[in-house]
Design a protein around this ligand. Sequence first.
Ligand SMILES: [Fe+2]
Length: 185
Amino acid sequence: MNIVPLFPTPIGSKVDFITSKERLQLWDRIKKIDHHPHESIIGEGYSTHRKSPKFVDKKIQDRIQSALDEYNETCGNFPSKILDIWSNIQNSGSKLKQHSHAGCDISGALYINVAEDDKLYFHNPNPYVYFTPRKDLTPYNYEYHWIPVKNCQLVLFPSWLRHGNDNVINKMDGRIVVSFNSVNK
Ligand SMILES: [Fe+2]
């Protein structure tokens, strides 16, 4: 039987989105910025969310904007522009809670210092999969799924898509991710 995978969720990904030199520059800047506790991080984790420090060069911001333009064009969305960029630092034992970015359209993450086996968890936005008994796990019944993420990689996703995992413990000190939100122009 042919199965039609209706209603896919678009996750944008670009590996090597920034160069190693750009990654190290961002890493160095981020380490010098004051970070604060954040409601989405349990344990030793800190963020500059809502503080809006300027630490991303215009050249990289423009590149993120181009990626957003490409993503929105592919998905048939209106263009969205960057609203806010912030950094997150997690130490060993912390957890990134399941959350979404309310009030925004497209969000993203840029990986600055993560472990070789790091992952980004996404949760199925279809509420009905949570009620259907499953014999096997397939893309049609996952409650959540993850993608591998590497340093220098960019990931884009709809801001309503819940991500993070309350059960996954970060095992490294100084895990650093840059996050951003965008809204329709
Ligand atoms: Fe997030």
